[in-house]
Design a protein. Structure first.
Length: 290
């Protein structure tokens, strides 16, 4: 699997072109009315904000088959089993890639994970349309990812508002000061604002942990902050934990290891060690549904 575009700086643009085609195809397969009906039958969403606000630095562990920059990571991945390993290792929430073209995921991966664990589940995709928000809820998602770089201010606000209306939460992803200010201007609508600082530039796919170091001081204390991308070791966790982020989202490092449960546990413990009074306490997270 090659990167999504040969043109430097055009990766995201090319991804969004494909995504709009996917949305059109999905709408032709299942009507919005049918999705709304299915969404209304789901059990109430779990609270992602509460999970991420737990003491220490929480971990969002990602179910991810491939990436545009690295190609296939785990072609034979069993999403449900992987999520169970994450939960057993102490993850606070599960992120599921559902993008088909570049991450080789499907909405069925999300459904499988939802049935396998009790943790909050985040749909990670390039969400551009209300149809995808209803699709996420119909599949059992508790939260969705909204990427500021992919959306106008009005679209970002309306899609987040729709997610909240459906009982879900939104992780608003930013990479620059301008995008962060766009996110911070969103109405709270009675729900905590969750901002993800992506250390990967989606226009070039380059990763720089300094992105979190640069943007974190600009975020007010009432906002939940998630560091995304580039976290692979306990040392990375410690480095970012020093910035007082609430959580980290980790994907590639967990799907390429032979022991994801232990890998999650090591990262979780590194996060707990960043809070002195928690360092000696045992980790307690939601358990797996057998």
């Amino acid at each position: 699997m090659n990167p999504p575009s040969k043109g430097h700086g055009q990766f995201l643009d090319n991804i969004l072109i494909h995504k709009r085609r996917e949305i059109t195809e999905a709408k032709a397969t299942q009507s919005l009315a049918a999705l709304k009906a299915e969404a209304s039958r789901q059990t109430p969403p779990r609270d992602l904000a509460v999970a991420l606000n737990a003491p220490g630095v929480s971990l969002i562990a990602e179910v991810k088959r491939a990436s545009p920059s690295k190609g296939w990571l785990a072609a034979d991945l069993d999403p449900a089993r992987q999520a169970q390993h994450y939960a057993a290792g102490g993850a606070a929430a599960i992120s599921v890639l559902t993008d088909r073209e570049f991450f080789k995921g499907t909405i069925q991966d999300l459904r499988a994970v939802r049935a396998a664990v009790e943790l909050p589940v985040l749909r990670k995709d390039f969400i551009l349309d209300a149809y995808q928000v209803y699709e996420a809820r119909a599949a059992g998602a508790d939260a969705i990812l909204l990427i500021a770089a992919a959306l106008s201010s009005s679209s970002l606000q309306s899609l987040r508002a729709l997610a909240l209306d459906l009982g879900m939460q939104a992780l608003v992803e930013v990479h620059s000061k301008e995008e962060l200010l766009q996110a911070l201007a969103l109405p709270r609508n009675g729900s905590p604002l969750i901002v993800g600082i992506n250390n990967r530039d989606l226009r070039t796919f380059k990763v720089d942990l300094n992105t979190t170091e640069r943007l974190r001081p600009l975020v007010p204390p009432d906002v939940i902050v998630v560091a995304e991308s580039g976290v692979t070791t306990p040392e990375d966790v410690s480095r970012l934990a020093a910035l007082q982020v609430h959580a980290m989202l980790v994907g590639s490092a967990l799907v390429t290891t032979a022991d994801p449960k232990s890998a999650v546990r090591q990262l979780v413990e590194a996060g707990r060690r960043s809070v002195p009074h928690l360092a000696a306490e045992p980790t307690q997270r939601a358990q797996v549904i057998s």
